[in-house]
Design a protein around this ligand. Structure first.
Ligand SMILES: Nc1ncnc2c1ncn2[C@@H]1O[C@H](COP(=O)(O)OP(=O)(O)OP(=O)(O)O)[C@@H](O)[C@H]1O
Ligand SMILES: [Mg+2]
Length: 465
């Protein structure tokens, strides 16, 4: 729960520490190096001046050297040492003369090399240079100059102190800002989580209050969309359950009523009993049909789809027409068809049969005596089109959108009389959509309805032909 906050804070702190560390070292190191360079060039210059002044004398002695040095400004140096070529000190303003020097750099200078050193320690720059002396190309001795600079060191130390204070201020301000930002962010995330809890507990009408336009706001919007879909699905589920139970309740109530009348009536004549039992049978049949259709629908709802295979629509249409011929005869409706060969779509034979059977059954059921049903199947280059036209009672325009909904019937009385449960077209629509097709409904001229189903023509890769 605290982990994002912790990670974010740890990250910010690390970043800040790194930045401040850099701020506290880099400028100081560069300024120090600049001072070192300055010292090198100034000391080299001064050493050169001293060396050239002493180069005239091929034999160095204390009096001579002191005399020459008196004319040079050497007051800025902490120590000036001059030795002859054996390393014997001939001049030292900070020690005794006569002995062999103990300064190792002078030894190196006596080998002909100039040695420069500069260190920053104990609040001062301590720099020194040792350089060989020569006269007419021959080594005569060495000179050593050392300098102690506390002034530059102090400037550097003051700078360091200021940077430290500045870093502290920057660090505190950045951390406070990060904390404030984090707090606001966490508040918003927590609000979203709270909304999720509310919805998870079943209040699908709840909507998260979205503010701003950033990613969290987007998350909130997506969450609201999800809730909306959940709400719709839940409403549909409830309506479906209540519709389904209502649908099953009515025939069950009739069966009970009919059986009760038989049982309770002592002197009921056999003809009436027969009539009642026939009615009971009819109601049971209706129940059976409804439950079968509900099962079909739930199978279509299932995620586990049957694997589509190439289906010849013409064959499915002929199968449906053969089965429906008795019904058409009973209703005095003429069946006509014009079915093109080779109209193959990717579906299952079962689904294709259901589509055709339900559409043609409706066209017969909601027809008029001496009416006609025309089934046409034709293919274009990339689609297969199936149309079922009838000359029946037609569907009012305002009902056309609804007829695909479960249990919807335009004329309840007429549909019930015809044994309909209002599920046929929703099965048709689900099956058509499941196989990538589309279905539309419109009026037929001069009267009746026309249903058109379109399927994409499968590629030869899909059919494997
Ligand atoms: N060809 C048609 N002509 C006129 N009305 C139709 C036609 N097809 C469907 N309808 C109307 O649409 C409603 C829904 O049709 P659907 O096939 O879903 O249900 P049903 O035929 O009543 O019952 P079921 O098909 O489940 O036995 C029907 O009750 C009917 O009012
Ligand atoms: Mg129907």
């Amino acid at each position: 729960m605290h982990s994002i906050r912790f990670q974010f804070l740890a990250f910010i702190t690390m970043l800040l520490l790194l930045l401040l560390l850099l701020l506290n070292t880099y400028p100081l190191i560069t300024s120090r190096d600049t001072v070192f360079e300055e010292k090198r060039s100034s000391l080299s210059g001064q050493a050169a001046v001293v060396a050239s002044s002493l180069s005239g004398t091929d034999r160095l002695n204390q009096a001579g050297v002191a005399e020459i040095l008196r004319f040079l400004d050497i007051s800025g140096f902490a120590r000036v040492v001059v030795t002859n070529k054996d390393g014997t000190v001939v001049y030292d303003d900070g020690g005794a003369t006569g002995g062999v020097t103990d300064i190792p750099d002078i030894g190196t200078a006596l080998d002909g090399k100039t040695v420069f050193r500069s260190v920053f320690a104990d609040a001062a720059f301590v720099s020194s240079i040792a350089t060989p002396l020569s006269s007419q190309g021959a080594l005569t001795g060495a000179v050593y100059l050392s300098e102690y600079d506390a002034e530059r060191a102090e400037i550097l130390l003051t700078l360091q102190g200021r940077i430290r204070i500045l870093s502290l201020i920057i660090g505190v301000v950045a951390l406070v800002l990060a904390l404030v930002f984090l707090f606001i962010l966490m508040q918003r995330i927590r609000a979203l989580v709270r909304s999720m809890h509310i919805v998870a507990e079943g209040d699908y009408t709840y909507r998260h209050a979205v503010s701003g336009r950033d990613e969290i706001a987007e998350l909130g919007q997506e969450f609201n969309l999800l809730t909306e879909r959940l709400e719709t699905t839940e409403q549909q589920r409830r309506r479906f359950v209540s519709d389904a139970s209502h649908e099953l309740k009515t025939p069950l109530a009739s069966i009970r009523l009919l059986s009760d009348s038989i049982v309770q009536n002592d002197n009921i004549d056999p003809a009436t009993v027969r009539e009642f039992v026939t009615d009971i049978g009819n109601e049971a049949q209706r129940l059976q049909r409804t439950t079968e259709k509900l099962l079909d629908l739930s199978r279509l709802d299932d995620d586990v789809q049957m694997i589509p295979e190439p289906v010849d629509v013409k064959q499915a249409a002929l199968d449906a027409l053969v089965l429906l011929r008795p019904l058409a005869r009973e209703k005095q409706v003429r069946l006509r068809c014009d079915l093109e060969e080779g109209c193959v779509v990717m579906a299952t034979l079962d689904d294709m049969f259901h589509i055709l059977f339900n559409l043609i059954e409706n066209a017969i059921k909601y027809n008029v005596p001496e009416g006609e049903v025309f089934v046409k199947l034709a293919g274009t280059e990339d689609s297969v089109e199936l149309s079922v036209e009838d000359t029946g009672i037609g569907i009012p325009e305002e009902d056309r959108l609804n007829i695909f909904a479960r249990f919807y019937r335009v004329d309840k009385a007429r549909s019930r009389e015809a044994g309909g449960s209002g599920l046929g077209l929703s099965i048709v629509r689900d099956a058509v959509l499941a196989h990538g097709g589309s279905i539309t409904v419109g009026p037929n001229k001069p009267q009746g309805s026309r249903f058109i189903v379109r399927f994409p023509r499968p590629t030869s890769e899909e059919t494997g032909i």
